[in-house]
Design a protein around this ligand. Structure first.
Ligand SMILES: Cc1ncc(COP(=O)(O)O)c(C=O)c1O
Length: 439
């Protein structure tokens, strides 16, 4: 009889060999190799886990999903972690959980207001609009790029029910002040931690403060599963609601392949269904299917072990960029960590000062032409995006800094794949550009 265990061992040994041959060698040729802003950083462990999960061929949530979610829970020190197929899905699910009728008067309803910012990624805002609530956009501070807390205080009205904010590019917003305001006004808080997995505020990890938080595992983020995301909470009711919305809206919370976890599968009354209707097919929410596969989770289970080291490398890379850009204090506003925060920087964000003898687009155009990738701060000013024009949102006071960012701000990568030679090359290119523009 075929020895499957032995075969699996041989396949995994070959996988290590394949990794070495295919991926291990990385050569940097200045001017020829791209200095990416982000990318997958992995070794044979991720590859072996992916192959191992494929050989299980369980496919849907299984042993690796359990391992991955437990490791995230341990890292963030949160009770419940639910895996999803993307960070955007995680945001949608976190928000939809708060619309459940099971929350009674506390549930979010169409027409309620939700505080957010316009200088960010759309996935933090789109669920608000999709559920018929009104995003209230508050301006951000430069150089933390996070919400202006004083303006946020002013923006709260009797219609405000929730605060939904991202820790911008890994820099924690003042989550303590936000939670305090939320407590005073009885508001829900969702932390979009998609760009900040590993950051901390006052020694406690971001993503562990709010009622719900989310993570993205898209390759640009701190760890990757390709596509993927997670929702974290310490509230068992919210965890059940997120699970229900994630899993077709069903009431039952049995793990895949399991039955009758609650022990009452055929002995309950739901809605207008007959008594004892199979709980497995009871739908208490208008849900989706946004689950992760076990192959993705297997990759994540290996990636998450590397997260502390990845965060350290992001911080070191941030320092490299700081040294390069601080040579030109007349032209650049350098990023600043929020007070008492320890960011695992997603990126190095730069704003051009007023009167600088070149534009943001001239500089980023030059850098990109020289294969140094840059990005703008996502949507710039979301209210000016075609999809948002004419939708039901409100600007609190003004968005002066947001507009300034839309025109004058960009970011470079801090991901762990960057090496010293890349910084040396980029420094030369920046010097060259500035010399040309200022001669
Ligand atoms: C702050 C923020 N939230 C949410 C997302 C969405 O994550 P995903 O790409 O996994 O859907 C992103 C995307 O990169 C993001 O930057």
């Amino acid at each position: 009889m075929t020895d499957f265990k032995q075969l699996r061992k041989e396949i995994l040994a070959k996988t290590v060999e394949y990794y070495e041959a295919r991926f291990a060698q990385k050569e940097f040729i200045p001017g020829k190799t791209r200095v990416n802003y982000a990318g997958r950083v992995f070794d044979e462990e991720e590859l072996c886990n992916a192959v191992d999960a494929s050989l299980d061929f369980w496919l849907t949530e299984g042993r690796y999903s359990e391992e991955f979610s437990e490791k995230i829970a341990e890292f963030l020190e949160v009770e419940h972690v639910l895996l999803t197929n993307s960070g955007s899905s995680a945001n949608l699910l976190a928000f939809s959980a708060l619309t459940s009728e099971k929350l009674g008067d506390k549930r979010l309803k169409p027409g309620d207001e939700v505080i957010s910012v316009a200088a960010g990624f759309p996935a933090t805002v789109t669920p608000i609009i999709q559920y018929g609530l009104i995003p209230v956009f508050v301006d951000v501070d430069i150089p933390t790029y996070n919400i202006d807390i004083e303006m946020m205080r002013q923006a709260i009205t009797p219609k405000t029910r929730c605060i939904f904010l991202a820790h911008t590019l890994g820099n924690p917003f003042n989550i303590e002040a936000v939670m305090q305001l939320a407590n005073e006004h009885d508001l829900w808080v969702i932390e979009d931690n998609c760009d900040a997995f590993g950051s901390a505020y006052k020694g406690k990890k971001t993503g562990s403060y709010a009622h719900l938080s989310t993570i993205s595992f898209y390759p640009a983020h701190h760890i990757t599963t390709g596509e993927g995301g997670a929702i974290c909470t310490n509230d068992p009711q919210l965890a059940l609601l997120v699970r229900a919305f994630r899993d077709w809206g069903r009431d039952c919370y049995c793990a895949g392949g399991e039955n009758n976890t609650c022990g009452k599968r055929f002995s309950q009354l739901f809605g207008n269904l007959p008594f004892g209707f199979d709980h497995k097919y009871v739908y208490s929410e208008i849900g989706y299917n946004l689950k992760m596969t076990d192959i993705q989770a297997a990759i994540g289970a290996a990636q998450v072990d590397k997260l502390p080291e990845f965060c350290e490398r992001r911080k070191a890379n941030f320092k490299h960029w700081t040294a390069i850009f601080s040579k030109y204090p007349d032209y650049f506003v350098l990023p600043k960590a929020t007070e008492q925060a320890d960011p695992a920087w997603f990126a190095f964000i730069v704003t051009l000062k007023e009167g600088t003898p070149f534009t943001r687009d001239e500089l980023t155009g030059y850098l990109n032409k020289k294969l140094i990738e840059t990005r703008n701060l996502f949507a710039g000013n979301m209210t000016k995006q075609p999809g948002f024009i004419g939708k039901n949102w409100r600007i609190a006071d003004h968005l002066e800094n947001t507009d300034y960012i839309m025109n004058n701000t960009f970011f470079l990568g801090t991901y762990p794949g960057l090496i010293q030679e890349m910084f040396d090359y980029a420094e030369g290119i920046l010097d060259e550009f500035i010399a040309e523009k200022t001669k």
